[in-house]
Design a binder for this molecule. Structure first.
Ligand code: CDT
Length: 300
C-alpha cells in the first residue's frame, strides 16, 4: 500500500490589515500540529497569505499589487519553508502571484519535505466579474485581478504517487477533475474562499455547503482519486465565508471534516492504492470511456 497521513489546515478569517508575518505564524502553528498528528503533507487554502482581496474595487495599480507575491519563497514566507524542512513535512499553499513580466495569477504550489517546489498550478476557472458592480454588497473581481491560468491541469510525482491541484471555483467543474484524472492524479489538493451569500442568486445561499461537498465528492468518485479541500472560513471584513473543509476518498466518502470556522487542522490516513477500487471498476477509463462522443466538451 502507499499510505500516509494528510492534513487540511483551515484558516479562519484574515483581516485586511493583518500582516503576512502574522498569517505565516498562524500557518506555522498549524503545520506543527499537522506534524504532531503524523501528517506528511499539510494543505493550506486559496490565497492563504491575505484577506480575500477581490471583494474590493482597487483605485490604482498599487492597490492591486500589494496583495501579490513577487517571489516564492520571499522574506515573509521563508519561515514556512524553513519550518517544513525542519519538521520534514510537505505543504500546499495558495497565493497571489505577480510574475517578473507583470502577469497576475491566482496560484498554488506543492512543496516537498525538503522545501523544494514540486509543482505549480494557476487557477483556470476565474469566477465573478471584471467590472465594478456597486449593487453588490461586496465585489467578486477575480476576472479583474487575475488572468486565466496557463499551466493546464498537471499531475506531479510526489509523496509516492501523482498529485494534482485546482483552486476553489475549479472544483465545481467536472472538466477540472476529469483532466486531473486523465493526467493520472491520485490525490487532488485544493483551497477555497467561498462566500455564503451569492448576490446574483441568493436563493441558493442555503446550498453553499451542499454544493461544495457535492462537487468534491463527485470529482473524487467519478475519477477514482482522493481530495483534501480546505477553506478560508468565517466572517472576514463583513463577508461570511463557508467552512466545511473535508478529506474525501475515491469512493466519494468524507473521512474528515472541520467542525468550526476558525484555524483548524483535520487529518486522515489515505492510501493511494485505493484509487484502483474505482479505476479498475466502474471508472476504468481505458475500458469504458467514449471520448469520440464528448467532442463538444472541448469546443467553445
Ligand atoms: N474563490 C472562488 O473561486 N470563489 C467562488 C465563489 C462563488 S462564484 C462568485 C467559488 O466558486 O466558491
Amino acid at each position: 500500500s502507499r499510505s500516509f497521513i494528510v492534513a487540511g489546515a483551515q484558516l479562519g478569517p484574515i483581516a485586511k490589515e493583518e500582516t503576512r508575518p502574522s498569517v505565516v505564524a498562524r500557518l506555522c502553528a498549524m503545520m506543527r500540529e499537522a506534524k504532531a498528528r503524523g501528517a506528511e503533507l499539510v494543505v493550506f487554502p486559496e490565497l492563504a497569505l491575505t484577506t480575500f482581496f477581490p471583494r474590493w474595487w482597487p483605485e490604482n495599480q498599487d492597490e492591486i499589487d500589494r496583495w501579490f507575491e513577487t517571489e516564492m519563497p520571499g522574506p515573509d514566507t521563508q519561515p514556512l519553508f524553513d519550518l517544513a524542512v525542519e519538521l520534514g513535512i510537505g505543504f500546499h499553499l495558495g497565493y497571489a502571484e505577480l510574475t517578473p513580466e507583470g502577469r497576475h495569477f491566482n496560484t498554488a504550489i506543492l512543496v516537498g519535505p525538503d522545501g523544494a517546489i514540486l509543482g505549480k498550478y494557476r487557477k483556470i476557472h476565474l469566477p465573478g466579474h471584471r467590472d465594478r458592480q456597486d449593487w453588490r454588497p461586496f465585489q467578486h473581481l477575480e476576472k479583474y485581478y487575475f488572468e486565466k491560468g496557463d499551466l493546464g491541469f498537471p499531475a506531479f510525482d510526489a509523496f509516492g504517487g501523482k498529485l494534482g491541484m485546482c483552486i476553489c471555483n475549479d472544483r465545481r467543474w467536472p472538466e477540472t477533475w476529469r483532466m486531473l484524472g486523465l493526467n493520472g492524479a491520485e490525490l487532488v489538493v485544493l483551497g477555497y474562499n467561498t462566500p455564503l451569500h451569492y448576490p446574483p442568486a441568493p436563493e441558493h445561499d442555503h446550498l453553499q455547503y451542499f454544493h461544495n461537498e457535492l462537487s468534491i465528492q463527485a470529482g473524487c468518485y467519478q475519477n477514482g482519486l482522493w481530495a483534501v479541500a480546505v477553506a478560508k472560513a468565517g466572517f472576514e471584513e463583513g463577508c461570511e465565508l463557508i467552512a466545511g473543509s473535508i478529506i474525501v476518498a475515491p469512493t466519494g466518502e468524507v473521512l474528515a471534516r472541520t467542525q468550526g470556522s476558525d484555524d483548524e487542522v483535520i487529518t486522515a490516513r489515505i492510501d493511494l492504492d485505493r484509487c484502483s477500487e474505482i479505476r479498475r471498476n466502474v471508472f476504468d477509463f481505458a475500458q469504458h470511456r467514449e471520448p469520440e462522443e464528448y467532442r463538444k466538451i472541448a469546443e467553445r
